[in-house]
Design a protein around this ligand. Structure first.
Ligand code: GYE
Length: 328
């Protein structure tokens, strides 16, 4: 008799556990939270185009590992079609959550609707989509890129406050159509508009890569003998520009000033060395917050639709001070 009760108890415990494991397509809430080691999250990364991206990937992978949550990871090599394929495969595999950093802003509605139909919540990390339908994702975690552009513009405005001559600025844009490229250009343009001497004489994409920044800068140096300042949408393109400027026999940071965004180690080193003049920070450390979002959703809680990363700016002195403790 005792044995029979034991078996019955074990069977009902098994049923409860099976209930917890879900099978509801991932919303989790209806049947209670899953154990963390039963959760599966699919992450579709942009690529490995920059120091920022490498740090972001490392941080996300490490955070999920630490939390004991399985993370499926894919690298889209900066191609939207690859990212869409990865998301579709996560949907097919029936993951519990999908997180991704959209390479460009447009063209996501179809695949996001597929995720929604499958009941898989989507979290945007780092970059935004421009979809009007905000029900297609639960939250967007990342920086305010317009604000970053404004901070870069403010430094330029202050630096050239007293000039009476035109200041020739060239801009190295990030990936065409990417939220940080669009917004960093917009914020910068808004602020420098206050001083009519500040003029962006050329603006080209360097695709957020060092090689791209170098190549575009080489061409710009050929067509414009009189460049005063480079505004690069990330450190890597600024570092590429430094190579081109040096190859042209000019001194980066002096003959041509450089302002960038990100504050990854290599950028901070160039700032400390006086080759870059100012960096606006953009933090790639989004892993812990992403894990928190997933845990909250798994517990049936709600998350803020927009979570903005806190960031600062760096001058040369500040870079020298911050470098020894810089994590990425
Ligand atoms: O600034 C750049 C990277 O989306 C914020 O992408 C990110 C940007 C970052 O390639 O270095």
């Amino acid at each position: 008799m005792k044995k029979l009760i034991g078996i019955a108890a074990a069977a009902s415990l098994a049923l409860v556990l099976a209930g917890c494991a879900g099978g509801d397509g991932g919303t989790g809430a209806a049947e209670g939270p899953k154990a963390l080691d039963e959760l599966v999250v699919g992450f579709a990364q942009v690529g490995a185009e920059s120091g920022w991206r490498t740090a972001n990937t490392k941080d996300i992978q490490a955070s999920f590992e630490e939390a004991g949550i399985e993370l499926k990871f894919s690298d889209a090599q900066q191609k939207q079609e690859n990212q869409i394929k990865a998301i579709r495969s996560y949907i097919q595999q029936g993951v519990d959550y999908i997180a991704f950093s959209p390479v460009v802003e447009t063209g996501w509605d179809a695949v996001l609707n597929e995720a929604k139909a499958a009941g898989i919540p989507v979290v945007l990390t780092d970059r935004a989509v421009d979809s009007k339908d905000e029900s297609l994702y639960v939250s967007f975690l990342g920086s305010d890129f317009i604000e970053e552009g404004k901070k870069a513009g403010q430094w330029v405005l202050d630096e050239y406050a007293d000039v009476t001559e035109p200041v020739n600025i060239v801009q190295l844009e990030g990936t065409t159509g990417a939220a940080p490229a669009i917004d960093r250009a917009e914020g910068f343009a808004d602020v420098i508009a206050e001083n009519p001497n500040l003029e962006v004489i050329e603006s080209q994409t360097g695709d957020f890569t060092r090689a791209g920044g170098k190549q575009v800068m080489e061409a710009m140096l050929k067509s414009n003998p009189d460049i005063d300042l480079v505004y690069a949408h990330n450190d890597d393109m600024g570092l590429g520009a430094i190579e081109a400027i040096e190859a042209a026999g000019l001194v980066p940071g002096q003959d041509i000033k450089i302002v960038t965004v990100d504050a990854v180690k290599d950028g901070m080193q160039a700032l400390a060395d006086g080759k870059i003049n100012f960096i606006v920070e953009c933090s790639p450390l989004l892993g812990a917050q992403l894990v928190d979002i997933i845990k909250t959703l798994n517990d049936g809680g709600t998350v803020e639709p927009r979570i903005i990363t806190e960031e600062t700016t760096f001058t040369q002195e500040q870079a020298i001070e911050a470098l020894p403790d810089r994590q990425y």
